[in-house]
Write a protein that binds this ligand. Structure first.
Ligand SMILES: [Zn+2]
Length: 93
């Protein structure tokens, strides 16, 4: 019988909108209306067992001033700034 070993990997190169960035960085939900909170909570739950972090330090060059690409977390399509982000310790098998 084959045993599949699970291992953890970081998922890097993601880009999140300013709303998701505020929640990931500070847990700040204040400026977000209830409808958008649902999308963000769904996005935060897509971690494969890991957790979201914003890129910082030398990785801040992953930030984008303006993008029309959907946010990698909440998947909303609002154009605007995107912050570099990663999911750490995601589980794979
Ligand atoms: Zn978002």
């Amino acid at each position: 019988m084959a045993i599949t070993e699970r291992h953890e990997e970081n998922i890097t190169g993601l880009h999140v909108c300013v709303d998701c960035a505020a929640v990931i960085a500070n847990g700040d939900w204040e400026q977000i209306d209830d409808y958008d909170k649902y999308d963000i909570r769904q996005g935060l739950a897509r971690t494969s067992g890991g957790y979201w972090v914003l890129d910082c330090g030398e990785n801040e060059e992953n930030d984008i001033d303006f993008s029309t690409t959907p946010c990698d977390c909440c998947r909303r399509k609002w154009a605007g700034a995107r912050h570099g982000a990663s999911i750490l310790d995601a589980l794979f098998s």
